[in-house]
Write a protein that binds this ligand. Structure first.
Ligand SMILES: CC(C)(COP(=O)(O)OP(=O)(O)OC[C@H]1O[C@@H](n2cnc3c(N)ncnc32)[C@H](O)[C@@H]1OP(=O)(O)O)[C@@H](O)C(=O)NCCC(=O)NCCS
Length: 153
């Protein structure tokens, strides 16, 4: 089940972030998003446990995918796709999406490309010295692939 996150989910979100990223967001940064009027934080809940989260911003007709992570043992089951599909449906197909992703993050780049995201530029040292990022864009009206999870509901 995908639902809007509440502050009660913060600890679980932070735990997934810690296990998912070399330089995870600070807990305070995650918390701050709950007070950001442009931010939408959603979680994927399964058997009363948070398995994944996504944080996006919507400002006018521009959406940004800030961060997404799936609990390690639950990856590659369609959960990441289901969260992105959910947000894309929520924002509609007229928005421009953008995101930054580490050039080394092959699975995430594969996922974004499957939606039609294209590499727009390279940001040198974005994640620290020698750790470049791609800026990826998805322009409106490109086809949207739907994904079903194979996680029991
Ligand atoms: C990136 C991430 C969110 C994807 O979530 P997920 O639930 O595992 O992804 P899905 O099961 O929805 O799979 C999406 C696609 O990625 C592919 N994929 C998943 N894991 C992969 C891997 N390790 N290597 C290559 N492809 C992979 C799937 O095969 C699927 O592609 P397909 O539809 O062509 O078969 C997840 O791997 C993750 O949390 N990674 C760590 C955090 C991170 O890097 N976040 C992104 C930061 S920008």
């Amino acid at each position: 089940m995908i639902r809007k996150a509440t502050l009660d989910d913060l600890d679980c979100i932070y735990k997934i972030a810690l296990a998912s990223f070399e330089t995870p967001w600070a807990k305070a940064s995650l918390e701050a998003e709950f007070y950001n009027e442009h931010a939408n934080i959603y979680v994927y809940e399964h058997e009363n446990e948070i398995r994944a989260y996504i944080i996006t911003w919507l400002i006018a007709d521009e959406a940004e995918l800030l961060t997404i992570a799936v609990d390690e043992g639950w990856r590659n089951k369609g959960i990441g796709k289901s969260l992105i599909n959910y947000m894309k449906e929520l924002y509609g197909n007229k928005v421009i999406w953008h995101l930054e992703v580490a050039c080394s993050n092959k699975s995430a780049i594969h996922l974004y490309k499957s939606y039609g995201f294209e590499i727009n530029s390279i940001i040198t040292n974005y994640y620290g010295t020698g750790k470049d990022a791609y800026r990826m864009l998805l322009c409106p009206n490109l086809s949207i692939k739907t994904g079903e999870t194979n996680v029991g509901r």
